[in-house]
Design a protein around this ligand. Structure first.
Ligand SMILES: Cc1cc2nc3c(=O)[nH]c(=O)nc-3n(C[C@H](O)[C@H](O)[C@H](O)COP(=O)(O)OP(=O)(O)OC[C@H]3O[C@@H](n4cnc5c(N)ncnc54)[C@H](O)[C@@H]3O)c2cc1C
Length: 464
């Protein structure tokens, strides 16, 4: 994915370049078949305000895109306007205050690189080109989020263009309901965030990676061990297992135990990952690497070059789970047995969240996270694999505590993504801030909420 150096312009459906401009916004190269009537590539906040005025006059629904990394391509909807904010990618850092103000189109890797120059840190997304706009709105499981909190917890204010075209600032004290909603509503947020105000942190002195690789036949033994030690793992460690058809260095179907760790020293980091070094399954490992210092920049770029390949037809699905892993192992074995080719992969993540978080829309998380990413390259048969992620997650639904919007698949498998109380509160805030249904809501919701009237989508109306 490359930055668009061009000046933004407006494309209407049917004009030369329209399709390419719409599809050029999305990370996954699958064509969803949906098209807006008009695409507005905003160059600045004034363009956003003008676009909202136009949408209002013409009773158009609006879809919003910052970095375009929604696996579900949430921003590409049928009809109405698509607003592309990728050019709003400024980064202003205020080192003395440990604060930054960024545009929504700024990439995770760009922010990280800018902060590294000041020895500062923010829990950005793990891959370089993920847009900070969508990442921060959906919650944001970022680097070091187990200790620093979700990305959205580190947002202290937002500048938002509302459905009526007005520009407001929202924080704990100004438009608090709008601010509360922006920290977790994700692809159903009802305003255009044009700037995020961020709280920064001191950069850890040591950043490194511990890795072990196992062949797939050890799946059950490795997951049972990981599940049992997970709750005791330091929150300085992102302990995860990637099921990869082309696992690192063995180049065969296997499990990569990957543990990025951040600490004040190499010794401290080594102590944090000692549970891997001395694990009872270590003797089964095909590859055991020592803890290696590694820059985040390198990890972010390498992740995209090896796992999250561009020019790939991606689809994803996920779930939070609370129960011990033993009863799930047969279903996870089936995931392995049916796994599409590389770069498709499955992620098991040790989460174990803190006992409490600030009051915000983000409210569903659990002990472990399981996500499936189906990535089909050119020439790989879509019909065989297209439902891999959705079908296996459906089979695991009895164990689900809900989903994370980061890897949402709501259009195909509606699931719970905030608590019921927060869903009701989001509906109230939407009714207040977007009474005419200018902005597209989530692509799917659970029928229970819809049946109670909460899920009904307002029909866009013309305003006076
Ligand atoms: C390769 C890859 C790696 C990823 N890694 C992580 C990770 O480490 N952690 C994690 O939590 N997630 C991760 N994700 C998921 C990612 O954070 C979400 O898909 C997020 O929505 C992407 O943000 P974006 O701006 O790029 O996406 P977009 O597709 O532009 O935005 C997604 C949706 O958010 C809303 N939105 C976006 N910008 C705005 C705005 N300015 N105002 C109002 N609404 C807006 C729109 O409804 C839009 O459809 C990853 C995704 C990919 C593809």
């Amino acid at each position: 994915m490359k930055r668009m150096p061009t000046q933004g312009r407006v494309f209407r459906r049917g004009e030369p370049g329209f399709d390419a401009a719409v599809l050029g916004t999305t990370y996954t190269v699958r064509d969803p078949g949906r098209r807006p009537d008009i695409l507005v590539q905003a160059n600045d906040v004034y363009d956003v305000i003008a676009a909202l005025g136009q949408a209002q006059r013409n009773a158009m629904r609006v879809g919003i895109c910052s970095g375009g990394h929604s696996w579900a391509q949430n921003h590409i909807r049928d009809g109405g306007m698509m607003l592309d904010l990728s050019r709003l990618n400024s980064i202003a850092i205020h080192p003395a205050q440990r604060k930054a103000v960024i545009g929504p189109g700024c990439w995770a890797g760009e922010l990280n690189a800018a902060l590294a120059k000041h020895q500062l840190f923010f829990p950005t997304a793990h891959a370089f080109t993920v847009g900070m706009g969508g990442f921060l709105l959906q919650g944001g499981f970022g680097w070091s989020s187990r200790s620093l909190g979700m990305g959205c917890q580190n947002v202290i204010g937002i500048d938002v263009v509302l459905a009526d075209g007005s520009l407001v600032h929202a924080s704990e004290t100004e438009h608090p309901e709008l601010f509360w909603s922006a920290r977790g509503a994700g692809p159903g947020f009802f305003g255009v965030v044009v700037r995020f105000h961020l709280q920064l942190h001191r950069r850890p002195r040591f950043i490194g990676l511990k890795t072990q690789v196992f062949r797939i036949q050890h799946l059950e033994r490795v997951l049972e061990w990981a599940d049992s030690v997970g709750p005791q793992v330091s929150n300085q460690v992102e302990f995860q297992i990637v099921m990869n058809p082309k696992a690192l260095l063995i180049n065969a179907h296997g499990l990569e135990v990957i543990a990025p760790v951040m600490a004040d020293s190499w010794q401290e980091a080594r102590a944090h990952v000692d549970f891997i070094t001395r694990s009872p399954v270590r003797k089964l490992a095909s590859l055991h690497l020592p803890l290696v210092p590694m820059s985040l920049d390198f990890m972010m770029k390498t992740g995209e070059k090896t796992l999250f390949l561009a020019n790939t037809r991606w689809s994803a699905d996920n779930m939070w789970m609370d129960d011990p892993i033993a009863p799930l192992l047969p279903a996870i074995r089936k995931i392995a047995d049916t796994q599409p080719p590389h770069p498709s992969h499955a992620l098991w993540l040790n989460w174990n969240p803190p006992a409490s978080r600030p009051d915000m829309a983000f409210s569903v998380e659990s002990r472990t996270y399981l996500a499936l990413y189906c990535g089909l390259g050119q020439g790989v048969d879509e019909s065989t694999h297209a439902n891999w992620a959705t079908d296996h997650m459906r089979a695991l639904e009895p164990w689900s505590r809900g989903i994370q919007l980061a890897d949402e698949n709501l259009g195909r498998r509606p699931a719970r993504f905030v608590s019921d109380a927060n869903m009701a509160r989001l509906d109230q805030a939407r009714a207040k801030y977007d009474p005419h249904g200018r902005f597209h809501p989530w692509m799917g919701r659970l029928p229970a909420a819809a049946a109670s009237g909460q899920g009904a989508e307002p029909v866009p109306r013309k305003c006076a």
